[in-house]
Design a protein. Structure first.
Length: 256
C-alpha cells in the first residue's frame, strides 16, 4: 500500500511505503498488533473507540536508499455492531542517500470497515476508503492527488491458531508511480503463551515503479507483550531485492 507498508499508498519505503500503506492498512484489532500488514475481520464494539500508535524504522529502501521512519496513529470508532469508521494519519521522516532529508505529515486515509459475514470459525469483511492528499508531494511525503482503496478480508479462528488473508487494490494518481496497485497477504497468529503472542506473515504488492514488473515481497514476524495488553514489537525482512531490506516496528493500542 502506498503508504509505505500497508495495503494503501505507503510501503515503509518512501513512495512505495506511501503506496503499500494505503493498500495494507493493518489494524490488527483482534490481537492489538499494529505491525501486521494483514487486516483481520473483527470490528469494534458499538460505541467504543480504539487508538493505535505505530512507529516503523526503515533501512534499505530500494527506491531511495538511506533510512526513514513512519509514525502512523489510527483512530477507530464502532459505529454499529459490524461497522467501524477509521481515520489514519502519517508523520514521515525520510533521509534518502542522494536527496535532501524531509519530514512532515503524509497523506490521510478515511475508511469504513464492514464485517458482513460471521459464522464460527469463519468471518469475512471489507475495508475501503479514500486517500486524502495532505502530504507534500514535492518532498516525497505524499502523492499530491486523491486516491481510493479496497481490501477484501477473510479470517479463520481455530482452537489455538488464527489465520487472516487479504486481497487489496489501490488507485494512485501520482506521476511516475503505477496507477493500479494490487496486494495479497496472509498471517498466522500462533498460540498465546502468557505473556507472549507471536505471528508470521507474508505480503506481496505491485511495484510502484511502472517500469518494474516484479512485485515487492516481504515477511514479518512479531511479538505481542500480553502482560501489558497493549504493547507490540515486530521485525520485517525482504523476500526479494525489490523490497525494503529491513524494518523494525513498535506500537501500542488503547481501547475505551
Amino acid at each position: 500500500m502506498r503508504y509505505g507498508e500497508r495495503w494503501l499508498p505507503a510501503l515503509y519505503e518512501g513512495h512505495a511505503i506511501v503506496l503499500l500503506a494505503a493498500i495494507l492498512m493493518s489494524v490488527g484489532k483482534a490481537f492489538a498488533a499494529h505491525q501486521m500488514l494483514t487486516e483481520d475481520p473483527q470490528t469494534q464494539v458499538i460505541g467504543r473507540f480504539e487508538l493505535e500508535l505505530g512507529q516503523a524504522f526503515v533501512r534499505g529502501d530500494p527506491l531511495q536508499g538511506g533510512r526513514s521512519a513512519e509514525f502512523a496513529p489510527q483512530f477507530s470508532y464502532g459505529a454499529d455492531l459490524a461497522l467501524d469508521l477509521i481515520l489514519r494519519v502519517l508523520w514521515l521522516t525520510q533521509a534518502p542517500t542522494d536527496a535532501p532529508s524531509a519530514s512532515g505529515w503524509g497523506d490521510t486515509t478515511l475508511d469504513f470497515k464492514w464485517r458482513f459475514y460471521e459464522s464460527a470459525p469463519v468471518a469475512f469483511a471489507l475495508r475501503a476508503g479514500a486517500d486524502i492528499p495532505t502530504g507534500t508531494a514535492a518532498q516525497g511525503l505524499g502523492t499530491g492527488a486523491a486516491g481510493h482503496h479496497v481490501i477484501a478480508i477473510a479470517g479463520w479462528q481455530f482452537a489455538r491458531v488464527n489465520l487472516n488473508a487479504n486481497v487489496a487494490y489501490a488507485r494512485v494518481h501520482q506521476q511516475g508511480v503505477r496507477a493500479d496497485i494490487g496486494a495479497v497477504s496472509a498471517v498466522i497468529v500462533g498460540p498465546t503463551t502468557p505473556p507472549w503472542q507471536t505471528f508470521i506473515e507474508a505480503t506481496a504488492v505491485s511495484n510502484p515503479d511502472p517500469r518494474v514488473p516484479q512485485w515487492l515481497a516481504v515477511a514479518r514476524t512479531g511479538l505481542i507483550v500480553a502482560a501489558a495488553k497493549w504493547v507490540d514489537v515486530g521485525y520485517q525482512a525482504r523476500l526479494d531485492r525489490s523490497a525494503t531490506r529491513q524494518v523494525w516496528l513498535i506500537g501500542a493500542t488503547f481501547r475505551w
